[in-house]
Design a protein around this ligand. Structure first.
Ligand code: F6P
Length: 366
């Protein structure tokens, strides 16, 4: 095997929202790098630990050896911590006077990597963190990306780790709604995560036996949802389960946001009120929230994360920088990071899974 000649020390970080499987990536990448005789440093909380000697009273950089990554494959969260408030090249952080000020600490970051003698960075992130990693690559940092998000919305990879665990949690919850919905003849509206895409809603809704699945890619009409509920009532199925992606949008309308935060929220309550008013039926809501991201990764995510971690080290060995590891078909490959971060993967509206849902009589709200 051809080794990149001058790698002695690498760093790894985890940025953005956590996803089950992060620790498995850290373990695999660390063990593979140690096998190559490299030193490995974990950066705490995104880039914070690089720019600050201490983070939360701990050293900003954590030396990773076999001891530090022992027994963590099954653990949720990340032993390095993360932050989703670190848009380094945007308008954060908030300035002392309360305004948002432009910041670009990339020179500081590059300088710190040089000072610490770090030869390459493995950046584990979703599209925000990988965009930052790509910017650093363009400035000369040797970077390999690893795609992470429960939303499964990153282009160039068939699957991100964390997604299957989120689908598992959501499916279990949706399944549990059936009996109580039936007992009370209610309409239950379950809101799941997914940001701008409907992957979690579609897969958990289908697996959990939802009657209506609403995803951002297919704008919904309240009339169509009401028609489905009434059709079920007429067939003496006097309860209905609706799974709605947090970013779902009514035709001609806009998504629901949590105040001015720019984060999605509130669509379940909005729909439940509208359905109650239109049908006279009792409605209840469930917003699953962060339990979709917490806890132990399912075996699929553990294995994908381990494969990604080992493949990222292999990409560093080959000097394949500015790349991202990705699942394509059954194989893990390297793809250009720039392409990957510019390509949000949305649910194909006439794809096979959507068509399957329709054939089963599930309403997509259109
Ligand atoms: O991107 C992952 C995700 O969980 C989205 O599904 C969700 O919209 C968002 O993060 C929630 O972010 P936060 O943890 O900052 O509330």
């Amino acid at each position: 095997m051809e080794y990149s000649p001058n790698i002695r020390r690498i760093a790894i970080n985890t940025g953005g929202g956590d996803a089950p499987g992060l620790n498995a990536v850290l373990r695999a990448a660390t063990l593979a790098a140690l096998t190559n005789g490299w030193e490995v440093f974990g950066i705490r909380r995104g880039y914070m630990g690089l720019l600050n000697d201490e983070v939360d009273g701990e050293p900003g950089m954590l030396r990773l050896g076999a001891e530090q990554v022992r027994g963590i494959t099954h653990l949720g969260g990340t032993i390095l911590g993360t932050t989703s408030r670190g848009n380094l090249f945007g308008l954060e952080p908030r300035q002392p006077d309360g305004t948002w000020g432009p910041t670009d600490p990339s020179e500081d970051i590059m300088g710190r990597f040089r000072e610490l003698g770090i030869d390459a960075l493995i950046a584990i992130g979703g599209d925000g963190s990988l965009k930052i990693a790509h910017r650093l690559f363009l400035k000369g940092l040797r970077v390999v990306g690893v795609p992470k998000t429960i939303d499964n919305d990153l282009g160039a990879t068939d699957m991100t780790f964390g997604f299957q665990t989120a689908v598992d949690v959501a499916t279990e919850a949706i399944g549990r709604l059936h009996s109580t919905a039936e007992a009370h003849q209610r309409v239950m509206v379950a809101q799941v995560m997914g940001r701008h895409t409907g992957w979690i809603a579609l897969e958990s809704g289908l697996a959990g036996g939802a009657d209506v699945i609403l995803i951002p890619e297919i704008p919904y009409s309240l009339d169509r949802i009401v028609a489905k509920i009434q059709e079920r009532d007429a067939a003496r199925r006097r309860f209905s389960i609706i799974v709605v992606a947090e970013g779902a949008v009514p035709a001609g309308g806009s998504p629901s946001y949590l105040g001015e935060t720019g984060r999605y929220g509130g669509i379940a309550e909005r729909l439940a009120d509208e359905i109650a008013a239109a049908t006279g039926k009792e409605t209840r809501t469930l917003t699953l929230g962060h339990i979709q991201r917490g806890g132990s990764p399912v075996p699929y995510d553990r294995n994908l994360a381990l494969r990604f971690g080992a493949a990222a080290v292999h990409a560093v060995e080959r000097g394949n920088f500015g790349s991202m590891v990705a699942l394509q078909g059954k194989s893990v490959r390297s793809v250009p990071l720039g392409d990957a971060v510019n390509d949000i993967k949305r649910v194909p509206v006439d794809g096979e899974v959507v068509r399957t849902a329709r054939r089963l009589g599930v309403s997509l709200g259109d």
